[in-house]
Design a protein around this ligand. Structure first.
Ligand code: PLP
Ligand code: COI
Length: 365
């Protein structure tokens, strides 16, 4: 196969970028996921030829043949990461190599070709560079990056495709939760599972999210912000939220989070929080935690706080847990003290306001 790790990117600036006035107005209130920048990155893959045709170009619609295999068998993966404006005005990514590696792991699980780490990194860095005027000037604002890849081969046979398209788009982002709440309410799904042993739970593939939507819709119907899934086998062990990992803060100084084991996404925020928590002197335990234990510990006071974490959500306290059996409240129902401390430690590193002792921050320009 061709040596496709060192492709030259063709850079074509958009000839119809948003006007400065329109852009500034949109950036005042970016929300999450509905505002997009002027450009996108694109790389093609063909079996036998490897990765080719790397480019940064204007963001535009992509024509697809109705028989493109992703439309039928859902061979699709994605990543979620953020570019930040640092305190000194520079721009940076947070642990982007971890996203590149997880993208490769997701590709392996979905029988897709692995994009070399160097190409993944270059695509997002070049995209941030060309769209550098799109950072929202709001508190907590960032440029959310969405690299993704899908099977573009025009073929209806059921086998791994021979052609793929990799793209990366950028979306100026503010807070993920619309309510802007300091603590969110979550719905325990009793009917649906997100992932089972041997399934695709540890991969970041679109199908996992499609499978979660009916449960997320139930959550919204019940005035909850997110759904939390239990394990598929026993419906007992807390796994993760639709788009975030979960942590439990115990009164005896332990921080518990469900173990990876193939059914939950290995979150980069999760891993970073475990490291920071250990530095704070907490004992971090990756171990199964049961839904009935969660309720009992919340009621007895053994559990002080619970929080969700992920790139989009950052670190957010869970104040109320709602299920078919009723509600229970965690702590005061508001933001937890330790949760806030860990959130600030993480955000300060991401924003260049605290020393980056782990080499997590990759400065761009
Ligand atoms: N779990 C799921 C299902 C997710 O979609 C995400 C978000 O990407 C996470 C966990 C958190 O992962 P990360 O911290 O890498 O964003
Ligand atoms: C992310 O945090 O990047 C995700 O992909 C999860 C989703 C809630 C947007």
């Amino acid at each position: 196969m061709a040596n496709d790790e060192y492709l030259e990117f063709l850079i074509e600036k958009s000839d119809s970028p948003a006007t400065v006035t329109d852009r500034q107005a949109a950036l005042e209130n970016p929300g999450f996921g509905s505002l997009f920048t002027d450009h996108m990155a694109m790389i093609r893959y063909t079996e036998g030829r490897g990765w080719h045709d790397a480019r940064i170009q204007k963001r535009e619609t992509i024509a697809m043949d109705p028989a493109s295999s992703v439309l039928h068998y859902a061979q699709e993966i994605f990543e979620g990461m953020k570019a930040y404006r640092l305190a000194d005005g520079a721009t940076a990514l947070f642990r982007p190599d971890e996203n590149a590696r997880r993208f490769q792991a997701s590709a392996r699980r979905m029988a897709m070709p692995e994009l070399p780490e160097s190409l993944f990194l270059e695509s997002v860095e070049k995209l941030v560079d060309i769209d550098r005027d799109w950072f929202p000037p709001v508190e907590g604002g960032s440029l959310y990056l969405r690299p993704f890849m899908f099977a573009s081969e025009v073929f209806l046979g059921v086998r791994p495709a021979k052609e793929y398209l990799y793209l990366a788009i950028a979306s100026p982002a503010g807070a993920y939760f619309k309510s802007g709440a300091s603590a969110v309410t979550i719905w325990v799904s009793s009917d649906y599972s997100r992932a089972a042993q041997g399934g695709t739970g540890a991969a970041k593939c679109g199908g996992n999210y499609a499978a979660s939507l009916v449960a997320q819709a139930e959550a919204i119907e019940r005035n909850c912000d997110q759904v939390v899934f239990l394990d598929a086998a026993e419906h007992r062990w807390v796994e993760e939220l639709g788009g975030m990992n979960v942590f439990f803060v115990m009164e005896d100084g332990r921080l518990i989070t469900p173990p990876l084991g193939g059914t939950i996404l290995p979150g980069i925020t999760r891993e970073s929080i475990m490291t920071l928590a250990r530095e704070e002197g907490l004992t971090v335990e990756e171990k199964p935690y049961a839904i009935d234990q969660w309720e009992a510990d919340a009621k007895s006071g053994k559990l002080l706080e619970t929080f969700a974490c992920g790139t989009a959500a950052v670190v957010t306290s869970i104040g109320t847990v709602r299920s078919e059996n009723g509600d229970f409240t965690i702590g005061s129902g508001g933001p937890g003290q330790l949760t806030e401390k860990l959130r600030m430690r993480l955000v300060d590193i991401q924003r260049g306001q605290a020393e980056d002792t782990h080499g997590w921050v990759k400065r761009l320009f």
